[in-house]
Design a protein around this ligand. Structure first.
Ligand code: ATP
Ligand code: MG
Length: 275
């Protein structure tokens, strides 16, 4: 007997046409999935730890107990290689899912949390970031130039995240074939503080410029890097400050991200005094 067509969850009933999922529904969906995945991931991580401990114990027994050479020959690769390697893969997978889910939750929360406006010393803020990245920057022998950066208004934690993500990208997507350079500069423009983070790295082809700010958009998934969430988070933070971000890039030459933050506090939409 033929079964009737089951209406697809995301199809307009009766038409078979896929229904566009609204950004709000998509965000709710991402929230539910990310939130619900946390418990099983923690379970997997926890049991990986148990398995590692059990394996270590087996190794100790293996040393202590009198076993025949034949049994040792069979057991040895299991406890010293096969099981630990399998556990490493499971843990790496679970850690990866865990950082994606927490990134998604962070991204969603950014749309909801209140901005803690204050005057920010951006020289101090950027120095803090580059100091914490000193090891990575030295490893790639990066020549770093930091100009005098104007103050701006914004949320200390969130603005720090913007600069941290952009400097992280500038250093991550350098070209190993040439002397690495990163230049951070700033100026004031009509009530705005404008900052530029420029690198002489691999660059971004023009057809990707609009997409790099979308979640999970990465140019090369095999390349060293993260989840493709950094620039989506950056753009959301800048939107919340009613600022602006622009990208200029030439593949094979380098990339400059320009960000604009207000010099005075901004009233967010929905926060206007109705009286
Ligand atoms: P995450 O920031 O979540 O750790 P990511 O760096 O891959 O991961 P984004 O910061 O959102 O994600 O960047 C998206 C993609 O844009 C990157 O994967 C990379 O392909 C490209 N990209 C971003 N910044 C640069 C840059 N300065 N130079 C070259 N490519 C870049
Ligand atoms: Mg990034």
């Amino acid at each position: 007997m033929e079964l009737p067509n089951r209406p697809d969850k995301f199809s307009k009933l009766g038409t078979g046409e896929p229904e566009a999922v609204s950004p709000t529904d998509m965000e709710t969906l991402m929230h539910v999935i990310s939130h619900d995945l946390r418990a099983p991931i923690v379970t997997i991580q926890g049991f990986c730890q148990e398995l590692t401990m059990a394996c270590n114990r087996l190794n100790e027994l293996f040393e202590e107990e009198a076993l025949s050479d034949q049994v040792r020959e069979h057991l040895n690769p299991l406890v010293t290689q096969d099981i630990p390697e399998a556990v490493r893969f499971i843990r790496a997978g679970a850690d990866n899912v865990s950082s994606v889910t927490s990134g998604i939750l962070r991204f969603i929360r950014l749309g909801q949390m209140a901005i803690q406006w204050e005057g920010l010393d951006v020289n101090r803020l950027v120095m803090g970031i580059v100091t914490s990245m000193e090891f990575q920057l030295k490893k790639k022998e990066v020549v770093l130039q930091i100009g005098d950066l104007p103050d701006c208004m914004g949320d200390d934690v969130l603005v720090t995240q913007v600069f941290a993500n952009l400097i992280d990208n500038a250093h991550k997507y350098l070209d190993p074939a040439r002397q690495a350079e990163i230049i951070i500069s700033g100026k004031t423009v009509n009530g705005w503080s404008a900052y530029a983070i420029a690198d002489n790295g691999i660059g971004i082809p023009p057809e990707h410029h609009d997409h790099i700010f979308q979640v999970f958009h990465r140019l090369d998934t095999k390349q060293e890097g993260g989840q493709g969430l950094g620039l989506a988070i950056v753009r959301r933070i800048i939107d919340r400050h009613q600022g602006k971000i622009e990208v200029e890039s030439i593949p094979g030459k380098g990339t400059t991200f320009r960000v604009y933050f207000p010099r005075g506090m901004v009233v967010e939409e929905g926060e206007h005094d109705e009286s």
